[in-house]
Design a protein around this ligand. Structure first.
Ligand code: SF4
Length: 542
């Protein structure tokens, strides 16, 4: 296999053996590459004005299924491929069903050979190929966010105009098609265009969450279990969580969030369900410890899934684009099997369980509206010298040792600074007591939300720049971003599109970027690799 789409890739170069560091098998990887190629053909149809709503939905979900730690189930990959063939045939005027296409993975593996890493790279200059990979991974991330936004919109139809979504999806598909003729395009411009489109995607996801779930506000979340039957919800899908809360109302089952679902507690329409009882555990990579120690049923709504162990294999379920061979998959939004497992099969919590995360409680809910509400206090603190620097520290977490950098940076940050955080990178330091900013009553650590709430960070930074009558680049705003998978690539491209400079990125640089591409990012954006936290902090504060 040849996959280097995430930060965990083998030896920082690529997963080139029979299975990847994440557990993805060679065949799964090839089938996923074929799905990407099918979507490039759908991109050509979009250019020809032949895009259908089914193709749009297929594009978002099937691309999402190829992200790191989402779907490891070959039969589900084959289902996507067959569905893609039906859509391509329909565009040619042929009426076919999935049964007209082979169901054996081996057949599709032979087809996938044509689109292998080596085949795609042939005759292309390494820098051009690196840019194609950069754009492709950014599009995968944007598709994942857009999939969530569209899922929320089904429950809140006025969340954003259909036309806005259609334009963005068309834009992403156009770039997919352009990658079939790379020599005809400015590939760097295409990557930055992915970043621009992803800003719109993150805005739509932010708007849809607010339309369905209300305006996020600060809330203290317990990290302990209460006695009784329980379900743990991991992943990112807040729309799924809302439906599950409704289906379990009055059933005596407590619901807990895990990983990137923690920001659910910010939203009034989720919080109003008293059986949304707290958060359990830390970031995704701690799931073996956290899921084993959690006695109830578990639902994985999106990435990041890792190989389920025997200790919880019979009480975990997947939903949406997620899959693992042999693990039951929730069809539609019928969570009855999951609830039945929590009540009749899994054990109830006693309240004595211990997770991997040391905090007893954490505070969430500092979206842009909440921060805007204290703008005058922040401006007063800036003028009075109590607030000198703002850090954005967050992104995706992972197991690599180098990620302690982000904890060290936050611990050493001066009292005259505020830390905005988002994504599961926050679990590295959200147990820290950083206190308040001077006498302002504003906590120094402000949890903005999920990784896609990078949009909130942009609104906050823009708002402060406006009030201070300076450009955003003139703010004492420092970025320390941890990346793992392709949603982080999309966010990074968005930050570059917004001309954000001096970003410290870690724990490594993407393996798909060639030395020339890294140099271009350093020269144009002063992008830096995270190094020693103390030294980098000094550099940031200069
Ligand atoms: Fe390797 Fe990451 Fe690809 Fe998994 S997703 S095979 S860890 S590069």
């Amino acid at each position: 296999m040849a996959c280097y789409q995430c930060s965990q890739t083998a030896h920082g170069k690529g997963c080139f053996s029979n299975s990847g560091v994440c557990g993805k098998q060679m065949g799964t990887s090839a089938l996923q590459d074929l799905i990407v190629e099918i979507n490039k053909e759908i991109g050509q149809l979009a250019n020809a004005g032949k895009l259908t709503p089914e193709m749009r939905a297929f594009f978002l979900e099937s691309m999402f299924s190829t992200l790191t730690n989402v779907n490891f189930d070959d039969s589900r990959m084959v289902d996507y491929i067959r569905k893609g063939q039906v859509l391509l045939a329909a565009a040619k005027g042929e009426s076919k069903s999935v049964n007209d296409f082979a169901s054996e993975p081996d057949h599709w593996l032979e087809v996938a050979e044509t689109y292998s890493h080596a085949a795609r790279q042939k005759n292309l200059d390494p820098d051009a190929f690196g840019l194609i990979e950069l754009a492709t991974y950014g599009i995968k991330g944007a598709c994942a966010y857009m999939f969530h936004a569209e899922a929320v919109k089904k429950q809140a139809p006025d969340a954003y105009p259909d036309q806005e979504a259609n334009q963005v999806i068309d834009g992403l598909l156009k770039i997919m098609a352009a990658m079939l003729e790379p020599t005809k395009h400015d590939l760097l411009a295409l990557s930055l265009e992915v970043g621009a489109l992803n800003v719109s995607v993150m805005k739509m996801l932010s708007d849809s969450h607010r339309a369905l779930l209300g305006i996020p506000s600060p809330h203290e979340v317990s990290c302990k279990l209460k006695p009784g039957p329980c379900i743990l919800v991991s992943g990112h899908d807040l729309a799924d969580l809302k439906i599950l809360l409704e289906q379990t109302e009055g059933k005596g089952v407590n619901i807990y969030t895990h990983g990137e679902m923690l920001p659910a507690h910010s939203y009034p329409e989720l919080r109003k369900h008293k059986h949304l009882a707290g958060n359990w555990g830390g970031a995704w990579w701690e799931q073996h410890g956290d899921f084993k120690a959690f006695p109830g049923a578990i639902l994985m709504t999106s990435n990041c899934l890792t190989a389920p162990t025997r200790s919880y294999r019979d009480r975990i379920f997947t939903a949406g684009p997620v899959g693992w061979d042999g693990i039951p998959h929730v069809q539609g939004h019928d969570f009855s099997q999951l609830v039945d497992c929590a009540v009749n099969k899994a054990k109830p919590a006693t309240g004595d369980e211990v997770s991997t995360h040391p905090a007893e409680k954490v505070t969430v809910g500092f979206g842009y509206e909440t921060v805007e509400g204290v703008t005058d206090t922040l401006l007063g603190a800036i003028k009075g010298g109590q607030l000198k620097d703002v850090f954005l520290v967050g992104g995706c977490d992972g197991r690599e040792a180098g990620r302690s950098y982000f904890t060290d940076l936050v611990k050493q940050s001066p009292d005259s600074s505020v830390i905005l955080t988002l994504g599961c990178g926050k679990f590295r330091f959200n147990d820290q007591e950083l206190g308040n900013l001077g006498e302002s009553g504003i906590p120094r650590l402000l949890d903005i939300g999920q990784c896609n709430d990078a949009y909130s960070a942009v609104v906050i930074a823009n708002g402060l720049a406006d009030k201070l009558n300076v450009k955003m680049s003139d703010l004492p705003l420092h970025f320390a971003i941890s990346w793992l998978e392709q949603k982080a690539v999309a966010v990074l491209l968005s930050m570059l599109h917004l001309n954000m400079k001096n970003i410290y990125l870690g724990p490594n640089l993407p393996a798909f970027l060639t030395p020339n591409l890294v140099k271009a990012l350093v020269d144009n954006y002063n992008l830096k690799l995270t190094g020693d936290a103390e030294k980098d902090l000094k550099e940031m504060l200069q």
